[in-house]
Design a protein around this ligand. Structure first.
Ligand code: F6R
Length: 243
């Protein structure tokens, strides 16, 4: 069972997780951080940037690897995950551009997946992978039914996910239909997983992932198979957990 910490709100979660990441970076300056995009990890990035400035964390050798990228958006689109990771992570933390990696959504094919996996290996593997959870239970863009041994590849987004992400685009029709994502097998190789979830909208998926069967039908349930998984959620996201 993953360790579960219930916090008051996203800010408290951000402080807690950022503190752990900062301590890990201080101990290992070539730390490799797996980053998620979307709304959930933003307070963590904010808190980490504040700690980094205050404590003058050595960030010049830190590398970041994104979980996923939309397929088909122009590279300079403001909602491409390359741009989001630049804006929310790299610029805030002052990471060297060459140390920030996002799978290619413009040349997204089997080769792009293999190249991304090779880059992760070359960096020595991911030390800590931040994860959000979709209302579908997805991690990365591994929708229900994704094999637990899947690797970085192009996937089709389900309608539920496209509707959930429509808030970042003019309309749901503008949300890409496909993405390239680290596979569940890839994610499981990170040395530590930290899943964050906030709000009522995530409560059903959180309960199914933590207290339901471990099944490919609920991708986040695979956290039970990881030796070092932490789940940090607010009360609303925890509201469907049973004692
Ligand atoms: C993002 C990602 C997704 C999101 C999930 C939750 O890189 O891989 O799994 O973490 O869709 O998104 P938010 O945080 O926007 O609710």
């Amino acid at each position: 069972m993953p360790e579960v910490i219930i916090v008051e709100d996203a800010d408290q979660a951000g402080q807690l997780v950022a503190r752990r990441i900062a301590d890990a970076i201080a101990a290992r300056p070539n730390f490799v951080l797996g980053v998620a995009t979307g709304s959930t990890p933003l307070t963590t990035y904010q808190a980490l940037a504040e700690i980094a400035t205050r404590e003058q964390l050595p960030l010049d050798r830190v590398q970041a690897f994104a979980l996923d990228e939309y397929v088909g958006l122009p590279e300079d689109h403001s909602e491409s995950y390359a741009k989001v990771v630049d804006r929310e992570v790299a610029e805030r933390l002052g990471l060297a551009p060459g140390n920030v990696h996002v799978p290619s959504g413009t040349a997204a094919d089997a080769e792009a997946g293999t190249a991304y996996e090779a880059a992760i290996r070359e960096a020595g593997g991911i030390d800590l992978q931040l994860l959000g959870i979709g209302s579908s239970g997805h991690i990365g863009f591994n929708e229900p039914g994704s094999p637990f041994d899947s690797r970085t590849r192009v996937v089709e987004l389900i309608d539920q996910t496209r509707h959930d992400n429509a808030r970042f685009f003019p309309s749901v029709d503008d949300v890409p239909t496909h993405a390239i994502t680290q596979g569940i097998g890839t994610i499981l190789e990170a040395r530590q997983l930290v899943l964050l979830a906030f709000g009522e909208r995530k409560a059903a998926a959180v309960a199914a992932a933590l207290q339901g069967p471990v099944t490919e039908a609920m991708p986040a349930s695979v956290l039970h198979r990881h030796p070092s998984a932490l789940v940090v959620i607010d009360r609303a996201a925890a509201s469907k957990l049973e004692d």
